[in-house]
Design a protein around this ligand. Sequence first.
Ligand SMILES: NC(=O)c1ccc[n+]([C@@H]2O[C@H](COP(=O)([O-])OP(=O)(O)OC[C@H]3O[C@@H](n4cnc5c(N)ncnc54)[C@H](OP(=O)(O)O)[C@@H]3O)[C@@H](O)[C@H]2O)c1
Length: 310
Amino acid sequence: MRVFVAGGSGVLGRRLVPQLVARGHQVTATTTTAAKLGLLTQLGAEGVVMDGLDASAVGGAVAAARPDVIVHQMTAISMTHAGKPDIKHPDRWFAQTNRLRTEGTDHLLAAAETTGVPHFVAQAYASWNGIRQGGWVKTEEDPLDLLPGTAAHAGLLAMRHVEESVVQVGGAVLRYGAFYGPGAIDDQVELVRKRQYPLVGAANGYSSWVHLDDAASATVLAVEQKARGVFNIVDDEPAPANEWLPFLAECAGAKRPMRVPRWLARLLAGDQAVIMMTEGRGFSNAKAKRELGWTLRYPSWRQGFRAELA
Ligand SMILES: NC(=O)c1ccc[n+]([C@@H]2O[C@H](COP(=O)([O-])OP(=O)(O)OC[C@H]3O[C@@H](n4cnc5c(N)ncnc54)[C@H](OP(=O)(O)O)[C@@H]3O)[C@@H](O)[C@H]2O)c1
């Protein structure tokens, strides 16, 4: 297949492009900077410079590639695009990412329609953001939590825009868990090593994780099978912060994380961090396994953290 990966040079794109190429697909991958074209060539793709917020650039790049499928992996979370991570103000930290998830999605969908691209696959998110009612582990049938009244709300609305617009055209929405793997959590590991990533309260809120290579293999399956609808792409073991964070610290050779009360965490890190750590809901991958036939290299973050951080 001819596959157009918008955002092919990011942490996931760098693992996804080689898997697509190894399966015999012809890949066009985008970056915003000519400096990364060489990287994309090394990964086996044809590299293209494209600003996802420029409708005519997006239209031109998609028309030139004439792909069978567009895979939307554009985010601007890295230091280069967003500056220092600001967990207390996700609306600021994710401002550009939110535009890529709203305007950027619309530009790609418009380009798909104009060029006649029959399939679309997009990145969404399912780590701790399941509705905060009932059980700790959610399926695709359960609503997501939009955290109204918090600084996270704008980002979660942007994500909903991706989901609704892509499902509407018969595409696939891949709700990835929190990524780990090469380059994905360097900033978080640094905080853990400095003991600046504490447990909050009882830290019994759940999160789901996924290794980049497993997220990439699920994406290849969604592409090849022309999957439709929403899939949770998470590992087998959604877990509370009081399990995964001390284990992450141990794997990183760090001291055990400190514990802070909720009020202090809210003051220092804001609502999103407190909710994630104390009330978060994780996700089930049963649908992706059943419908896509997905198997994981790292069924649990327990094996994956150890392998990555050893
Ligand atoms: N995993 C987590 O949960 C997590 C949490 C916090 C922080 N982080 C940090 O976030 C970083 C993620 O890095 P990343 O490189 O994958 O993400 P990224 O820099 O946000 O980039 C993802 C992709 O989107 C592209 N892109 C960015 N702006 C664009 C635009 N305006 N138009 C079109 N494409 C655009 C990038 O291209 P370019 O080649 O132009 O960059 C890249 O291909 C890591 O450093 C990680 O430490 C991760």
